[in-house]
Unconditional design. Structure first.
Lengths: 279, 368
């Protein structure tokens, strides 16, 4: 197993990648090297880094011998421009991050403008259910991991030069497929742990806090946000779920049950460890 | 532009035509589906409460609709193993035998499979596919699909930037908001509505009331007016600008709703469309909508607006706090320094908590 790390402070990577998570997870996860440093955002275009920060993270990854890996979210046309400028700046300074796309617009941008950058299909490309309430009735999960699901989509990705598929734990499994064959053809598989996203959107409560009564939410969709969520996730109490939940900016997450995650490890080549649930 | 109406059965067709519907959409679950795939959804709605009852009834719907196209929803965000080949066959039958004009699709695997079958020109991309930018639109255009349904949570400017030539564009104009974005909400309504029980609390506690109020508006204020109109999200004042952006179809939401609610919503949309096509400005459309529907308080501060940016730079006549023309980018909350809305959100919300379920004749909120 290899590891990608998404850290609260990407400039202080741990020696053992498993040190990025809590002890029970450290004990569950197999030994393996860190190979990639993840940064950016899969859920909010306002959390994309500026060029200076991105370059610094790429430099840190390079110092560690890791691949810098830029996470990108669903984007507006303005956000697509942000990603485009960020990639243009990074490639101009001879940085070549892998890019995780979750939007067909970003996918097109990578194919047309940055074909040399490794591209990875992100976890929002897998729209399978992740409802935490499902674990009330099936505490160990119900994923069948049938690789025939999404077979056509994976072939499409391969034809389009995508190198890997990524997901968090969903209720069905199968998105990751069977991985590369002996000749190296196919898609690498990455599993995001320990947090699974539940729901996300543009009507961010943390952003709404910045507005006066009667505004925020729908009335502020396109306003740029200073990202108060950078202060960290907030625990969320729910009566209808047995799991731990967090709000990270515009996105709700829960901690994946460990016994469920264990069943997924055999279907992954890489684990992307998130130090905290962040958008 | 055309008014796109939801349908549950053939008995609703003529009434909705009379109300002003130009197009229809509905969902049908293939026979034997439940035995093969359990409770997995075919069309994101309960087949019993929102689906067309059977294939014969769909034939009747298409016949009664006449020249008005009928679209079928195969728009679940994902499907279980073995479902896609079956849905491809089912979709082809709907198109080629039943006379359905197009299929509404969200899941990539099903989309690619239908495109492989040469059916791309008969496909509409569901709002669940989250097409938010011109690049994503170009991707769908490259597949050869006919139409893209834009997600709810986009501004008018974003719609203008996204609606590239070569595709038909559909937007939401009435009812049934979403707290999160439906395309990236990984929960199932079969287990209850996850978002409505989302609570902030903790360091967000001062936002609790506003969040509850906003969620309440997304949920059609939990009621309808005494005139039979839904008090849900509405984009009718934006029709002039949506028309200029190239939008072709105006979606009224609510397949599962009673016919009376559907008809009232379609009538409201048709009135607004007539005004927009005759050159009316947003203010005139709003006045006409309020005159017909009631509940001016919820329009006054754009509480129900799908596209509140229609009021940017215009102000809201009769309202005390228009949509701000510039964002507030202080990391400090500015709530105490700004005028509140003319309707107390706390008053509306506290009354809203005691509202009867949607579909009741009156909610007792004082707004009906």
């Amino acid at each position: 197993m290899e590891y990608g790390l998404r850290l609260v402070n990407p400039f202080a990577p741990p020696r053992d990648p498993r040190d990025a998570c809590s002890r029970p997870w450290r004990e569950l996860l197999p030994e393996g090297p860190a190979v990639a440093l993840y940064f950016g955002s899969e859920f909010c275009e306002d959390r994309l880094p500026d060029l200076e920060e991105a370059e610094a993270i790429c430099a840190t990854a390079s110092d560690c011998g890791w691949e810098p890996t830029l996470l990108t979210p669903l984007v507006t046309t303005v956000g697509l421009g942000l990603v485009e400028r960020l990639l243009a700046g990074l490639t101009a300074s001879r940085r070549a991050p892998a890019v995780v796309f979750n939007d067909w617009g970003v996918f097109g941008l990578l194919r047309e403008r940055h074909p040399s950058l490794p591209r990875r299909a992100g976890r929002l490309m897998n729209r399978s259910l992740r409802d935490p309430r499902a674990y009330r009735d099936a505490p160990s999960g119900s994923a069948a991991h049938d690789g025939s699901r999404f077979e056509r989509l994976r072939l499409f990705f391969i034809d389009a030069g995508v190198s890997a598929v990524e997901t968090d734990v969903d209720l069905d499994g199968g998105f990751l497929g069977t991985g590369r064959d002996d000749a190296g053809a196919g898609l690498s598989r990455a599993l995001h742990l320990p947090f699974t996203f539940t729901a996300s959107g543009r009507n961010c409560p943390m952003k709404a806090l910045l507005y006066p009564d009667g505004n925020g939410f729908s009335k502020a969709l396109a306003d740029p946000c200073p990202a108060p969520c950078r202060t960290g996730p907030v625990p969320v109490q729910r009566d209808d779920s047995p799991l731990l939940h967090w709000r990270g900016g515009n996105t709700l997450f829960y901690e994946t049950p460990q016994q469920v995650a264990q069943g997924w490890l055999a279907h992954a080549d890489r684990v992307v460890l998130h130090e905290e649930p962040a958008p | 532009m055309k008014v796109l109406a939801p349908l549950r059965n053939s008995e609703e067709v003529l009434a909705l035509c009379e109300a002003g519907a130009h197009e229809f959409y509905c969902g049908l679950t293939p026979s034997g589906w439940e035995q093969a795939f359990g409770h997995a959804s075919v069309h994101r709605r309960n087949p019993k409460s929102a689906g067309v009852p059977n294939l014969d009834d769909l034939y009747r719907i298409v016949a009664l609709a006449g020249p008005r196209p009928v679209f079928a929803t195969l728009n679940a965000p994902s499907y279980p193993t073995g479902a896609v080949p079956r849905l491809v066959k089912f979709g082809r039958m709907l198109l080629e035998e039943v006379g359905v004009a197009a299929l509404i699709v969200a899941e990539w695997e099903l989309l690619l499979a239908l495109c492989e079958q040469g059916l791309a020109p008969r496909l509409h991309i569901s709002s669940l596919a989250s097409c938010r930018n011109a690049g994503a639109a170009a991707f769908y255009r490259s597949l050869g699909v006919a139409r893209v349904i834009l997600p709810r949570h986009m501004t008018l400017r974003e719609i203008e930037e996204t609606a590239i030539p070569g595709l038909e564009w559909e937007v939401f104009v009435l009812n049934d908001g979403c707290v999160f974005e439906e395309g990236i909400c990984a929960t199932s309504h079969a287990l209850g509505t996850f978002c409505l029980s989302d609570r902030l609390g903790g360091k967000f506690s001062r936002l609790d009331e506003r969040y509850e109020f906003w969620k309440w508006t997304q949920n059609n204020c939990g009621c309808q007016t005494s005139r039979g109109f839904t008090l849900g999200p509405c984009g009718l004042c934006a029709l002039p600008r949506l028309g200029r952006a190239g939008v072709a179809s105006l979606k009224v939401v609510g397949r599962e709703a009673p016919l009376a609610r559907k008809a009232a919503s379609v009538r409201l949309a048709a009135v607004a469309l007539g005004l927009a096509e005759s050159g009316a400005r947003p203010e005139a459309i709003r006045d006409a909508v309020v005159a017909l529907r009631g509940a001016p308080e919820l329009c006054r501060d754009a509480h129900l607006c799908y596209y509140p940016d229609v009021w940017r730079g215009r102000g809201l006549a009769g309202g005390s706090s228009a949509v701000p023309s510039a964002p507030i980018l202080s990391t400090k909350a500015a709530g105490s320094e700004s005028p509140g809305p003319s309707v107390s959100t706390s008053a509306v919300e506290s009354r809203g908590r005691a509202l009867p379920p949607s579909g009741s004749a009156s909610c007792g909120s004082g707004l009906c």
